[in-house]
Design a protein around this ligand. Structure first.
Ligand code: SAM
Length: 289
């Protein structure tokens, strides 16, 4: 069904199905007709690709993905939307809707079951209450995917696409940069949604790297250090790491110095390589278990 950005069409569907928006599930549906074609086109929805969509709503983006890609698997948590999607996606035989929480879905199994012989990408207008956990779940699962193209809250997009070493950088920036090359694609105003959220949005694309740009001995330990480094934003690196990892401050300072850095450096000043260097020094010391 093509006119799912038309408010009257949506209202009619909702009335017939007795549907009301759930704020708790982050349900802000796109009503600006220019957005979904752009997400699909910039998000690798094309021949030879299978697309995973997270959170279908009424299927406005799903339609655009199904028109362009070979196959779409959409994961939607709200079972009230399933009968609606049966109606709005009825003309496509290349769409499978899975009624589930994406965080509890084995996406590697979805890929091998549905996308044999295809390249894979993720496209979504993410529910904002769970943006970072979903992105980290996708990246940490090391799925065989080319890209993740998602609409997120503007502030989250700026943080996710910040350059490590810049003021906006946080733990999630460092983690995202380890797995992918992030890019801010375009901004979307709050008026593009029904109901309109209190914040503006943006669409970002994470192009998955073939291999991380820095080498670390133990990835799990590295991410423990990254989370620890950014756990107390007003503190310097030495204080943050010593309190979050429960280490002697002198030992942390020793590791920071051995990595060639000043003991007063703040976490947001560190490049990914410098974070890796500090992590390797701490790892060598065997201070954190
Ligand atoms: N794609 C639609 C659009 O752009 O209009 C809907 C986007 S809306 C921001 C987010 C969607 O994600 C909602 O349909 C919501 O029910 C769904 N959702 C929320 N949490 C989810 C989860 N954990 N797993 C799967 N879907 C979820």
């Amino acid at each position: 069904m093509d006119n799912l950005t038309n408010i009257n069409v949506i209202k009619d569907i909702f009335e017939r199905h007795g549907f009301t928006f759930s704020k708790a599930l982050g349900q802000n549906f796109i009503i600006n007709p220019s957005i979904c074609p752009k997400i699909a086109e910039m998000g690798n929805a094309k021949k030879g690709f299978g697309i995973i969509e997270i959170g279908t709503g009424v299927g406005v983006l799903t339609n655009e993905l199904a028109k362009r890609a070979d196959k779409v698997v959409a994961v939607e948590i709200d079972d009230r939307l399933i009968p609606i999607l049966r109606e709005t996606l009825s003309e496509y035989d290349n769409v499978t809707v899975i009624n589930a929480d994406v965080m509890k879905t084995d996406l590697a199994a979805v890929i091998s079951e549905h996308f044999e012989g295809l390249e894979v990408a993720v496209c979504a207008n993410l529910p904002y209450y769970i943006t970072s956990p979903i992105i980290m779940y996708l990246l940490e699962s090391r799925l065989p995917i080319r890209s993740v193209t998602v609409m997120v809250q503007k502030e989250a997009g700026v943080r996710l696409c910040a350059k490590p070493g810049s003021r906006e950088c946080g733990a999630v920036t460092a983690a995202v940069n380890f797995y992918a090359e992030p890019k801010l694609l375009f901004n979307v105003s709050r008026g593009s949604f029904m109901p309109a959220p209190n914040v503006d949005s943006c669409v970002i694309r994470l192009d998955i790297r073939e291999k991380p740009p820095v080498e670390v001995t133990d990835e799990k330990f590295f991410f423990q250090v990254v989370r620890g480094a950014f756990s107390q934003r007003r503190k310097n690196l030495a204080n943050s790491l010593s309190s979050s990892l429960g280490m002697e401050k002198a030992a942390v300072i020793g590791a920071i110095r051995a990595a060639g850095l000043s003991e007063n450096i703040r976490p947001e000043q560190l490049s990914l390589q410098q974070l890796a260097d500090v992590s390797e020094q701490l790892y060598k010391m065997g201070e954190v278990k």
